[in-house]
Design a protein around this ligand. Structure first.
Ligand code: SF4
Ligand code: SF4
Ligand code: FES
Length: 283
């Protein structure tokens, strides 16, 4: 006689509650949230919840992704107020999923980067050589390319821009945001770049950055936005005498640099900034 094997006891499946942002500017007067439920799966990502709603439940909403592996930078959304990549972050039991802030909504979770791209083109973030390209490989050392290489980890997701509180404030209009500064610093830090970057840096209103480090914390690829991009660009202005860090401002400047460094290493921050010569602190 064989032992009887009882069937597994059915347990109620855990679920994920999704408050989904819905908005079509062509037809809707106001955005609204649609509450949906998705069965929780093991190692479920935010993107899996969205896929389930679209593919299994037939919800006709717009969202964007391509690689599913933190490569293409297309899947950024805001989950419970935190901008992130939907293909990389774990699903939470209750998620309010919205489009990335600071960008116009095309539909539902899809935002428009066109204005951001135009602004970026205006900064001319490409390498300008003094001497013609000679041969491949060009002689460069790892040390001289180290910072440029770290900035190349950027996947153009704009999660950093979506996390930047300075871009929330209308009175700080004109600030290019961390993503554009990373692209500009990437070109400027290339060992063969010979362009005068000062006019472009000034046009970004880099002085409005608070060095809060929120963009660094949010960046899914660990790009050193402060120490690798914003601080070196500020240093160029200081070297050229466009910014003057002297007198009592040195007392502000040194802790700010220390904070930037610690922020990247330890996730620590305060909240200061340098002030351009002749400008006021009012932002
Ligand atoms: S710096 Fe980071 S957060 Fe910003 S666009 Fe690049 S990868 Fe995304
Ligand atoms: S460090 Fe500067 S660019 Fe980054 S989130 Fe703060 S204010 Fe924005
Ligand atoms: S789908 Fe490509 S980064 Fe998320």
């Amino acid at each position: 006689m064989t032992d009887r094997i009882d069937p597994p006891i059915a347990t109620p499946r855990e679920t994920v509650t999704v408050e989904l942002y819905r908005f079509d500017p062509d037809t809707d007067a106001e955005p609204r949230f649609e509450t949906c439920t998705v069965p929780m799966e093991r190692q479920m990502r935010v993107l899996d919840a969205l896929d389930h709603l679209y593919e299994q439940q037939g919800k006709d909403f717009a969202y964007r992704w391509y690689c599913g592996t933190k490569r293409c930078g297309m899947c950024g959304v805001s989950v419970n107020g935190r901008p992130q990549l939907s293909c990389w972050e774990p699903a939470e039991a209750s998620m309010r999923i919205e489009p990335l802030p600071h960008f116009p909504v095309i539909r539902d979770l899809v935002v428009d980067f066109s204005a951001n791209e135009q602004q970026l083109i205006g900064l001319h973030p490409i390498i300008e050589r003094r001497d013609p390209y000679l041969r491949f490989p060009e002689p460069v050392t790892p040390d001289r390319m180290a910072n440029h290489y770290k900035l190349m980890a950027c996947i153009d997701c704009r999660v950093c821009d979506a996390s930047c509180s300075v871009l929330d404030r209308p009175e700080t209009g004109g600030f290019a945001g961390p993503y554009a500064l990373v692209q500009l610093a990437k070109a400027a830090s290339h060992v063969y770049d010979a362009a005068d970057r000062v006019p472009a840096i000034l046009s970004t209103h880099i002085e409005r950055c608070l060095s809060c480090g929120d963009c660094v914390t949010a960046c899914p690829n660990g790009v050193p936005i402060l120490t690798g991009a914003i601080d070196p660009l500020r240093d160029r202005l200081i070297e050229r005498g466009v910014y003057h860090v002297r007198g009592w401002r040195i007392i502000k400047w040194l802790p700010m640099r220390l904070r930037s460094f610690l922020r990247c290493r330890l996730g620590w921050s305060l909240g200061e900034q340098i002030v351009p010569q002749g400008a006021t602190d009012g932002r």
